[in-house]
Design a protein around this ligand. Sequence first.
Ligand code: TA6
Length: 277
Amino acid sequence: VTVCEYNGISIVRIIHEKVEAGISLHGGHLIWFKPAQQDDVIWLSKEAIIDPAKAIRGGIPVCWPWFGKAGNPSHGFARNSQWQLKEHRENENGVIVALGLQDTAQTREIWPYRFDLTITFELGDELKVSLTSTNTDDKAWSYGGALHTYFDIASIRETHLTGMGASYLDGVQGGIACEGGDSLTIDQEVDRVYNAPEAVVTIHDAPRQRQIRVENHGHNAAVIWNPWQALCEGMADMANDSFETMVCVESTIHGEGVTLEPGQSHTLATIISLAAV
Ligand code: TA6
């Protein structure tokens, strides 16, 4: 485990016999995860802007303390904040890295509460990401958010997803409630909040003959997003054809959020594993 600097951002690099990975302290943001002898699992935009003022496009953005445009900035401030490296160590499965973020005068201007956040990455054949939110204030607060994971797939046109459940709010149609089947092949812009997902959403990455299993905990929704071509053309940090090789499957706390009394904690997690087919 080493820490290197890139464009004013510190990246924790993990090179281990079981896994290679990179975690940016800017955003508490995993940008790279590759178990030994596997293709990349996490997608990072080739046009990603590495700048302390911006969120990184790709990887696992930490959306907190709200999801989407529920507040300003969009998806909260955690993905634009500088986190601290709390610990790194090896265990029998690989490497564990933990980062922390606490409130500052600046965060309290955006969101007027005291908090302590810890994100723990357990890296090996699998990737487990646990985001623990603790209320260190003397009054209750509620939060929402997401582990907004971008997955690397061979071809969106030859990929399908299962396990999202049937009911969703369709962001492409202004958030209306819809019912669909529990198998999704993406052939246009998709931006959906599935609000009764199964515990595991599976990405069937057929050309690579693998399944990516996304097991979520502490969430109330699974968000599926692919911007498709027109939106990519409008984004400075995504190449025009980049929608072809990515899909977001997000462990999400949507809506009213989770309420924490002073001293209480809650953990949002995602466990990402591969299965050959
Ligand atoms: O999670 C889906 C979503 O909220 C989409 O609506 C889309 O805007 C995407 O996230 C990316 O948001 P960002 O703020 O990173 O551009």
